[in-house]
Design a binder for this molecule. Structure first.
Ligand SMILES: NC(=O)c1ccc[n+]([C@@H]2O[C@H](COP(=O)([O-])OP(=O)(O)OC[C@H]3O[C@@H](n4cnc5c(N)ncnc54)[C@H](OP(=O)(O)O)[C@@H]3O)[C@@H](O)[C@H]2O)c1
Length: 346
């Protein structure tokens, strides 16, 4: 197949964010659609996963691996292969890869996480969200790091977000008592009424420590941390014997300069023989298919609700990205760019 003619619209990094990220950090550019060289595929981008971690890659200076200013913004993107000179990838294939905030990207299949094909029975939004890196962080963070046993108390922050909403429900499926911490009534209502959690704490209007005492009177067995900061400290204070803290992310710290001091209550781990351990989804890449199979079944049977917050149109990418930090998103923040134009391959 020939490279299509037309315009490639894209967002490039215009200046590094200082404090908060917004539209002014990005610049809209238009240019020709590129042709793939040997070892590359041209992909048409369909959906972008807009996750808080991407902020770290544009705050960091180039010398520390940050995206160079003037380069197209990078992210985890669901695309369709249009033209391929990359072995193993054919026109029509649907892939999840590291690509640009643009209509068309060239990929060599590498990047922060290697390109993966997904079958056409998985909608691209699901392949990026609950069945993508977001869901993988939750699934393996809960099952491999947190390891909840039936009846244990599991607490999760940013519980109505992409990772948090999946982690909460996976822990619930394991038989844990699950309490979610989230910002705002709408998010807490969703946790209680849709996700079926045992308790919800609105960290905007409620005293988190006091509410944890009420909802977890015996303490916390597992705390799944997406935000760090003061909420992590409150959880550490209440950890039970052999309690586990799953470190998945620290959204409250992203973009802060200077960085606030680390957890004050980390020594509470000593008194309870507790453990704090990180989870990096990409380390589980060889096991993604096992997680996808399990979670597809749970979604089909209604045990796992995949919550998404969808913004439409490439032109809205910076504003949609910023929603992660203004806490507007309920569920996984996604941006839809286009429908697949080619016949789908499975
Ligand atoms: N380790 C891994 O492999 C891996 C993979 C993917 C993501 N992550 C990390 O997992 C975390 C969640 O990612 P996600 O994509 O699912 O994002 P998300 O939780 O859907 O979105 C961000 C949420 O963070 C909360 N938040 C924002 N600013 C905050 C602040 N200052 N203090 C407290 N909460 C704040 C808000 O929720 P509330 O309104 O509820 O506060 C916001 O909606 C991120 O830290 C991300 O970096 C890690």
């Amino acid at each position: 197949m020939r490279t299509p003619t037309g315009i490639n619209r894209r967002w490039v990094l215009a200046k590094r964010p200082e404090g908060k990220v917004d539209q002014s950090n990005f610049r809209w550019e238009e240019g020709p659609i590129p042709s793939p060289a040997d070892g590359q595929a041209l992909v048409r981008n369909l959906w972008i996963s807009l996750h808080p971690t991407a902020l770290l890659s544009i705050i960091a200076p180039e010398s520390k691996g940050g995206l160079p200013v003037g380069e197209v913004m990078q992210g985890d993107i669901a695309s369709q292969v249009i033209e391929s000179r990359l072995p193993g990838f054919e026109p029509g294939d649907l892939i999840d890869s590291f690509a640009g905030w643009e209509d068309y990207s060239l990929t060599d299949g590498q990047g922060w996480i290697p390109a993966r094909k997904f079958s056409s029975d998985i909608p691209p939004n699901l392949a990026l969200g609950t069945l993508g890196v977001t869901g993988m962080a939750a699934y393996f963070g809960v099952l491999e790091v947190g390891r909840p046993r039936s009846g244990e108390t599991f607490v999760v922050s940013a519980a109505a977000g992409g990772v948090g909403s999946v982690a909460a429900q996976v822990a619930k499926i394991q038989g844990a008592r699950v309490v979610g911490i989230a910002g705002g009534k709408e998010k807490c209502d969703w946790l209680l009424n849709e996700a079926g959690l045992d308790g919800a704490i609105d960290h905007r209007t409620e005293d988190v420590g006091k509410r944890l005492d009420e909802l977890c009177p015996q303490g916390i067995d597992i705390y799944f941390d997406n935000v760090g900061g003061a909420i992590l400290d409150e959880a550490l204070k209440r950890l039970r014997q052999k309690g586990r803290v799953v470190l998945c992310g620290g959204t409250s710290r992203y973009g802060k300069s200077p960085l606030p001091p680390g957890p004050t209550n980390y020594l509470d781990l000593v008194m309870v023989n507790g453990r704090m351990e990180g989870i990096l989804a990409k380390d589980y890449l060889p096991r993604f298919p096992e997680a996808v199979a399990a979670m597809k079944d749970w979604i089909r049977s209604g045990r796992l609700k995949s919550k998404e917050d969808i913004v439409v149109g490439l032109e809205n990418a910076p504003a949609a990205f910023a929603r992660n930090f203004t806490s507007e998103n309920i569920g996984k923040q996604l941006l839809k760019i286009a429908e697949p134009p080619l016949p789908l391959r499975s």
